[in-house]
Design a protein around this ligand. Structure first.
Ligand code: F3S
Length: 407
């Protein structure tokens, strides 16, 4: 692998121990993936921010990098943290967890990372353009950036994303290269798909097909007449979760689709498969309510991926003058929450009794054992609710979640 004079100086420790460690990580990755060189990246998004996932070992690594003089060289934001950093008490977060979480955020801040914690950085000021090389980590954001925006990123792990921040570089392999962006299978969608939950269910169906067939997951999707930004972010979260898909092309919708011919190998998704997927995401997986009478019955949650301002506006419209009867959490990025506050939406939503949780989400916050069932429009949240927190799940449309929370 060719390294420039600057990259060699980083490896020599000329910019301090943290930058040296970062360059070592990237050089090792480049060797594994047989990259010929490093390429500059214009932005980074770091995952592994919740103390729930990081633990003390992760916190120590971050502190070591901050103490070693690590400084962000490019625009860098964070994935959701384990709590709303300004309002964690209202969500019932334990004080000792909050203290550790703040140490994590503080370590990132010392390195010059922008401590906006969100899986939708593209909605709040980190919006790469077509063809731009970036190093992002959160799977849904990676899929959105590659597919919807036409930017170029592999799915980074926490350490490699931090290494990209401290050097401004990433090894040139995978989705950074044209040959890895060529579709491998045509997926024809012969079903009506509408709303965030149905796009999430479709992502699950296609993702599972790719997984089951052990296919290199790069589908060319046909048959979708149109999709909103919110539907696409839901689809990205789901196809990434269920199929490990970091890039798809959608005919007439995503920017690189017109550069490719649909692959000859194809399969069709039928309406019945989509309907079955929607049903299957409502699932009783355990009997925790009977075995643990201390559990609250249901957590209603919208905001996986983090809600856009348009979704919050819709929410305010549905909740105005009403009172929710259930525990309802709305998760979003803090800049989106702040914009919603200026528009008066936060006042309406909170007056109805819903809780707005910025900086976090229902998957990375430590709520395992507090609720029996997660009610959501997110196929990705359903997956992790079971895998991580052993919740039952109920999968409804955005509007249905609100309607039930009001009953
Ligand atoms: Fe985002 Fe959390 Fe969902 S990180 S995509 S809201 S699981």
């Amino acid at each position: 692998m060719h390294l420039s004079a600057f990259e060699l100086s980083l490896l020599n420790g000329d910019s301090g121990p943290a930058a040296r460690k970062a360059m070592q990580i990237l050089a090792a990755l480049g060797k594994i993936y047989e990259a010929e060189a490093m390429i500059p990246v214009s932005s980074v998004q770091i995952s592994g921010v919740s103390y729930d996932n990081l633990g003390d070992a992760g916190l120590e690594f971050l502190a070591e990098m901050a103490n070693g003089g690590g400084k962000a060289r490019v625009l860098t934001t964070l994935n959701p943290a384990g709590m709303d950093v300004e309002n964690w008490q209202a969500l019932g977060i334990p004080a000792d967890f909050a203290s550790k979480q703040m140490q994590v955020i503080e370590a990132f801040a010392r390195m010059g990372v922008i401590t906006t914690c969100t899986c939708t950085p593209y909605l709040v000021g980190s919006l790469p353009h077509f063809g731009e090389h970036i190093a992002w980590a959160e799977s849904s954001a990676v899929c959105f950036a590659n597919s919807v925006l036409g930017a170029r990123t592999n799915r980074e792990g926490g350490p490699s994303a931090l290494a990209a921040t401290l050097t401004g570089l990433t090894p040139a392999y995978g989705y950074h290269l044209d040959e890895y962006r060529i579709p491998t299978i045509t997926i024809r969608v012969a079903a009506r798909v509408s709303g965030t939950h149905e796009f999430g269910a479709l992502g699950m169906v296609i993702g599972k097909v790719l997984e089951a067939a052990k296919l290199k997951p790069l589908p060319y999707i046909q048959g979708i007449p149109g999709a909103t930004l919110e539907e696409l972010k839901s689809f990205c979260a789901s196809i990434a979760t269920y199929g490990g898909c970091a890039l798809f092309h959608m005919q007439g919708i995503t920017p690189e689709a017109s550069l490719h011919t649909p692959p000859a190998k194809s399969l069709t998704i039928l309406q019945a498969e989509l309907d079955q997927a929607v049903l299957s995401l409502t699932a009783s997986r355990q009997t925790s309510a009977s075995s643990n009478p201390g559990l609250l019955p249901d957590l209603y949650s919208l905001g996986c991926p983090h809600l856009s301002l348009r979704e919050i506006a819709r929410l305010a419209e549905l909740l105005e003058g009403k009172t929710v009867k259930k525990e309802l959490w709305i998760t979003t990025a803090r800049p989106t929450r702040d914009a919603a506050e200026r528009m008066g939406y936060v006042r309406i939503i909170e007056a109805a009794g819903a809780k707005i949780a910025a900086d976090t989400c229902c998957v990375v916050t430590p709520i395992g054992g507090r609720f029996n069932t997660l009610v959501t429009d997110s196929a990705k949240a359903c997956y992790y609710a079971y895998a991580k927190n052993a919740f039952n799940t109920r999968f409804l449309s955005f509007e249905q979640v609100i309607a039930e929370a009001l009953e």
